[in-house]
Structures are given as structure tokens and as C-alpha cells.
Design a protein around this ligand. Structure first.
Ligand SMILES: Cc1cc2nc3c(=O)[nH]c(=O)nc-3n(C[C@H](O)[C@H](O)[C@H](O)COP(=O)(O)OP(=O)(O)OC[C@H]3O[C@@H](n4cnc5c(N)ncnc54)[C@H](O)[C@@H]3O)c2cc1C
Length: 483
């Protein structure tokens, strides 16, 4: 009997665990370690952040789903990985700390034959002074509910005749997840307009992107109405339509009450006042440590500098001009310990997709790579499929691959809510990481790299909310729904 341990019940780890359960549950053991007793469909937190959904609509309890799927669920945090065991335990294990009410604070060593690290990002608020304290976030349903409470106050002040400045964007010079912040700013503009308060609101987008529409992918050329349009134009035209002004090439350095301090790529320092802000923090790895059998700390060999786990990528430092699509990992296997994988945001990318840039003061200001839900789910599935293959056949090969330099992704930025009131900008790209060797003209396959604005995309987003929650609940034929 083999034992597969999954760390993190997010989009990637939960997907992996369900596929493992489907194929292995009768003869093998699957264990999930995750601190939050709820699963959350993170993309819908945007709607929680504008008061259109309640947190209850985007989350559900994990324990009943795992019971049904035959997965042993421990509500705990993974603290350290011991891939060689230690002097007392011969087998690889992960040290966990329970956070559940019944066992809070207790530790346990959970052994494994295969490990999937899917611990996602640590929301690194500490990396920007005052971030989170003076700004809002929509990265979790709790954050989003809190953001809505503050946004509601802001809307009420507008109704009472007070002009308000709203600032949305990235809260760290190297932050990613511009897509989520972009969706939030459009939703706010939509709500303000719906309440006939546009004349009372001064809405701003602030971003570390060199040009708008970079989205951490180095931008893209999209096919739109028969024309090839850079995402810069696509994005700027949407912001203009919604009456949103912007600040680009901005590395947010600190916040105080109602003030954000930032540096721009030209080295200038600025201050922007605001009444309400939502700024995405920088992302880091979950902060787990790793130890060898003799107890020595091997975290630096297992994890990259950003504390995300190293996998089968080419991490050799090289200039931007020499980056290749083949630098990106295929199977997400740790190069030292072959039974250890990192999926979703937990794996360390070989480099960014956007060109690294710095100000004359040496401040690095550019987006780090986005790892959106679709690739996170696909990677979780592929890692699970390879482990299933190895367990069932006894072979050590990996028949399934999922490179971000070949797979496509869809990004739906929806504003408004309901069947008739919403509108969305839909962007599909293939591949996610540009491949200038294969596609020398546009960096991507222009046939599959498309931008559309309209109501259909909005319906798709709404439909996806229900479809992915259905799938995550492992209901009948869940596996027929793609990631
Ligand atoms: C507001 C917002 C909107 C978004 N909208 C979209 C969208 O529209 N489309 C899209 O494709 N993507 C979207 N994304 C991105 C998408 O949510 C992520 O790509 C996806 O959640 C990443 O999946 P993951 O499993 O790697 O990480 P997560 O989903 O973050 O899951 C990580 C899990 O690991 C757990 N964990 C953390 N530390 C530990 C530990 N030490 N031990 C055990 N478990 C741990 C966490 O509790 C969590 O359950 C959005 C993101 C945000 C923040």
C-alpha cells in the first residue's frame, strides 16, 4: 500500500487529492493536510468584495467531501519536510501542527511515499509596511468580506455628498495577480455607476506593470474583432470606458492611513492619497523548512529564494534575452527527491515572464509570473496522474506533462452581477509563457490568443462559479468537468 500526502486544499491540491482518491482510494492511502476547514473558490472573492456574494456562497466544509472521497483530512499546517526521515523515523515525513479546535497546537509526524506540496502563496503583507493595516485585500473570503464592509462605508460617504478616492492595484513592487485586482477595480466602478455616484468617485488603478495589460505575462497580442491588438490598448480602453485613471511602473513601498508611498521606474518618489484601497500583496512560498536525516537545514536546496519549491525547471540565472519556453517545468518533480512534487503556486518558476526592470535607485519594479486557477488545477491533475501511474505500474516515468509554456489559459474579468447586468472582458492565451522560437511574430499562437468584451463572458464567469464548486464538492461525474 502506498501513502500519498497532499499539503494544501486549494485549487491545485484539492484537484490532485480528488483524482488520487478516484484511482487509488481502495488500495492506497491519501492524506490531506490543510489549515482552513473550508474550501474556497478564490476567483469569486471578487464578488464578495463588492457585496454581491456572501462568503458562504464561495466556500464549503472540506471534511464531509474528504470523508466521502476516502481521504484522511487533518486540519493542520505543514511546518517542515523531512524527505529522508530522521534518526528515529526511517521514512520520509512532514511535521505538521494542528489548528483544529480539538487538537490545536499538537504536532504529528506524517509519513509519506509521495508528497505533493500545493501550499499556494503566502500573502506577504509584511513585505510592504502598512499593507493590510491601511489597505484592503480580496485574496481570501474573510479579506473580501472585510473589504466590502469598508467599501460600503465609502459608498455611503459618497451618497452623503463626500467625494472619495479609490485606489486599487498592486501593493508591492514585485506583486503579481494583476488580473484579480483589475477585475475588482472594474467591479467597483460598475457598482459606483449603478448607484449613480460616478461624479463622487475618483477611481485609480496603480500597478507595477511597465505597460498596462502586462498581467505578469509580459503582455500579449490578442486577436480582437479581426485586428491584432496589444493588451496595453485592450486594457487601457477598458479602464477609460469605466472612467478609471491609472499609475503604472509603480512600486508601492509603504502605506500610512489614507496614503500610499510609491516609487516609479524613473526613480521618482510619489505619494497618493486615498479613502479606500485594495492592494495585492507580494507572494512568497508558504515558509516550510526542510531538513536532512542528520537534522541539518536543507531548505536552501529544496526551496528557491522566494521560498517556493524547486522542481524540474531550468533555474540557471540568465539574461532576459536568453529565456526559453523550455526553462519551464513539465512534471513539477523536485530534482533531489524524486517522490516530492510542487503544484500550483507552490512551485518556483524559473524566472519571470515580464522583463525585469529596476529604477535608478535599484528598486526592482515588475510583475512576478501569474499562476492562475486553470494552470494550478491542470498541474494538480497531472501530478496526481503521474503518481497514480507510478503506484499502479511500479514504473518511475512520467507520461503526463503540463508545461505553462505549452498550455493555454483563459482570464475572465467580469464586472457586474446577474444574468442581464454583467459584462466581461475575456482573454485567452496559448501558451501562457511566450515561446518566441515557436511563435516568432507574436510570442504566442495568435489563433488561440483572443480578447473579447461582452455579456457572454460574464455568463461564463457566473457559470464557472457554480460548475467549479460542483466539481470541488466531488459530486456525480465531477471528473468530466475540465480544470
Ligand atoms: C481575488 C482573486 C481572484 C482570482 N481570480 C481568478 C480567476 O478569475 N481565474 C483564475 O484562473 N485565477 C484566479 N485567481 C488565481 C487563483 O485563485 C490561484 O491561481 C489559485 O488559487 C492557486 O491555487 P493553489 O492551489 O496553488 O493555491 P491556493 O488556492 O491558494 O491554495 C493553497 C492552499 O494551501 C493551504 N496552505 C497554506 N500553507 C499551508 C501549509 N503550511 N500547510 C498546509 N496547507 C497550507 C492554504 O490554506 C490553501 O488551502 C484569483 C486569485 C485571487 C486572489
Amino acid at each position: 500500500m502506498a501513502k500519498v500526502l497532499v499539503l494544501g486544499a486549494g485549487i491545485s491540491g484539492h484537484t490532485a487529492a480528488l483524482y488520487l482518491s478516484r484511482s487509488l482510494r481502495r488500495k492506497h492511502e491519501i492524506v490531506m493536510i490543510s489549515p482552513n476547514s473550508n474550501y474556497q473558490w478564490v476567483p469569486s472573492n471578487i464578488w464578495v468584495g463588492v457585496g454581491l456574494m456572501k462568503p458562504e456562497q464561495v466556500k464549503f466544509k472540506l471534511a464531509p467531501v474528504y470523508k466521502k472521497a476516502g481521504i484522511d483530512y487533518k486540519q493542520a499546517l505543514a511546518v517542515s519536510i523531512h524527505p529522508e526521515g530522521d534518526k528515529d523515523i526511517e521514512q520520509a515525513y512532514v511535521n505538521i501542527k494542528y489548528v483544529s479546535e480539538e487538537k490545536e497546537g499538537e504536532s504529528e509526524k506524517v509519513t509519506y511515499d509521495y508528497l505533493i506540496n500545493a501550499t499556494g502563496p503566502k500573502l506577504n503583507f509584511e513585505a510592504t509596511a502598512g499593507l493590510g493595516e491601511y489597505s484592503n485585500s480580496v485574496c481570501t473570503y474573510e479579506h473580501a468580506a472585510h473589504a466590502w464592509k469598508n467599501l460600503e462605508d465609502t459608498l455611503q460617504k459618497m451618497e452623503a455628498g463626500q467625494k472619495q478616492t479609490i485606489l486599487i492595484g498592486t501593493g508591492h513592487p514585485l506583486a503579481t495577480c494583476q488580473g484579480a485586482a483589475f477585475e475588482y477595480v472594474l467591479n467597483i466602478a460598475f457598482e459606483v455607476h449603478k448607484r449613480k455616484l460616478s461624479h463622487m468617485a475618483d477611481i485609480w488603478w496603480i500597478s507595477n506593470e511597465y505597460e498596462l495589460g502586462d498581467f505578469g505575462m509580459g503582455g500579449a497580442y490578442v486577436k480582437r474583432n479581426g485586428y491584432i491588438t496589444p493588451t496595453k490598448i485592450f486594457t487601457e480602453s477598458i479602464l477609460k470606458e469605466y472612467g478609471i485613471r491609472w499609475i503604472k511602473r509603480a512600486g508601492v513601498q509603504k502605506l500610512e492611513k489614507g496614503k500610499v508611498y510609491y516609487e516609479t521606474l524613473d526613480g521618482e518618489k510619489h505619494v497618493k492619497d486615498f479613502d479606500f484601497s485594495m492592494l495585492i500583496p507580494g507572494f512568497a512560498g508558504s515558509g516550510m523548512k526542510a531538513f536532512a536525516k542528520d537534522g541539518s537545514d536543507i531548505s536552501d536546496t529544496i526551496f528557491a529564494a522566494n521560498t517556493m519549491m524547486k522542481v524540474d525547471a531550468d533555474y540557471t540565472p540568465k539574461p532576459y534575452e536568453d529565456w526559453k519556453a523550455s526553462d519551464w517545468p513539465l512534471i513539477y518533480q523536485n530534482p533531489i527527491y524524486s517522490n516530492m512534487y510542487a503544484s500550483g503556486i507552490a512551485f518556483a518558476p524559473p524566472h519571470t515572464m515580464s522583463k525585469p526592470m529596476q529604477s535608478p535607485n535599484g528598486t526592482k519594479i515588475f510583475p512576478t509570473p501569474p499562476r492562475t486557477g486553470m494552470p494550478s488545477g491542470v498541474i494538480g491533475k497531472v501530478v496526481a496522474q503521474n503518481i497514480i501511474h507510478q503506484i499502479k505500474t511500479g514504473k518511475k516515468d512520467h507520461p503526463h506533462e503540463a508545461s505553462m509554456a505549452t498550455m493555454g489559459a483563459a482570464c475572465i474579468v467580469s464586472a457586474g452581477y446577474g444574468l442581464f447586468k454583467g459584462k466581461a472582458a475575456v482573454m485567452t492565451v496559448r501558451p501562457i509563457v511566450q515561446d518566441w522560437e515557436k511563435y516568432p511574430k507574436w510570442g504566442r499562437n495568435i489563433k488561440d490568443t483572443v480578447g473579447v468584451v461582452g455579456t457572454a463572458g460574464h455568463w461564463m464567469k457566473l457559470f464557472m462559479h457554480y460548475m467549479f464548486i460542483y466539481k470541488a464538492k466531488a459530486k456525480l461525474f465531477w471528473w468530466l468537468i475540465p480544470e
